[in-house]
Design a protein around this ligand. Structure first.
Ligand SMILES: Nc1ccn([C@H]2C[C@H](O)[C@@H](COP(=O)(O)OP(=O)(O)OP(=O)(O)O)O2)c(=O)n1
Length: 136
C-alpha cells in the first residue's frame, strides 16, 4: 500500500479514494495485533462511537454558526476536526463489522430508499409536505 504524500506531522496520507472495505481491513489488523478484538463488542463500540461524537461536538460548541468550508479556522482546528470525524467513522465501521453488516451496501440502499421517500420536486409535483426540513 503506497502513501506518496505526508501530512503536516510527517505521517503518510493517501491521495486516492479510500473504501470502507479498506478501512475495515486496516482496523481488523490494528485490533488483531493488539489483542483488542475481545473488547470490540457491539455495545462497547457503540459507546466508544457516542463518546467520539461528543468529542466532535465539542469542537463546534460555543462557536456560533460555522460557514461551509470553515472560513477563519486555523489548520490546527481543521486537523482536530479531521481526527474526530475519523474516530467517529472508524468506530462506525468497526460497529458495522462486528454486527456482520456491510455498511457501504447498506448506506447505498438507504440512499435509494430516501430517494423514493422524498421524490424530486417538479412544477407538476410540488408537494413539499414530506420534506423533513419543512416545519409546516
Ligand atoms: N479499543 C480501541 C481503542 C481505540 N481504537 C482506535 C479507534 C479510534 O480511532 C481511536 C480512539 O482512540 P482514543 O480512545 O485514544 O481516543 P482519541 O484519539 O479521541 O484520544 P483522546 O480521547 O485522548 O482525545 O483509536 C480502537 O480501534 N479500539
Amino acid at each position: 500500500m503506497e502513501y506518496p504524500n505526508n501530512d503536516n506531522n510527517g505521517l503518510p496520507r493517501a491521495t486516492r479514494d479510500v473504501s470502507l472495505h479498506e478501512l475495515s481491513t486496516r482496523l481488523a489488523e490494528f485490533s488483531q495485533v493488539r489483542g483488542w478484538d475481545q473488547y470490540h463488542s457491539p455495545r462497547n463500540l457503540l459507546l466508544a462511537l457516542v463518546g467520539e461524537v461528543g468529542e466532535l461536538s465539542e469542537i463546534f460548541q460555543w462557536k456560533g454558526e460555522v460557514g461551509k468550508g470553515l472560513p477563519n479556522w486555523s489548520s490546527a482546528e481543521k486537523e482536530h476536526l479531521e481526527e474526530e470525524l475519523s474516530d467517529v467513522l472508524l468506530y462506525l465501521v468497526l460497529l458495522a463489522d462486528v454486527c456482520g453488516l456491510d455498511l457501504g451496501q447498506a448506506a447505498l440502499a438507504k440512499i435509494i430508499k430516501n430517494a423514493i421517500k422524498y421524490p424530486v420536486i417538479t412544477p407538476h409535483n410540488n408537494d413539499h409536505s414530506q420534506n423533513p426540513t419543512n416545519s409546516k
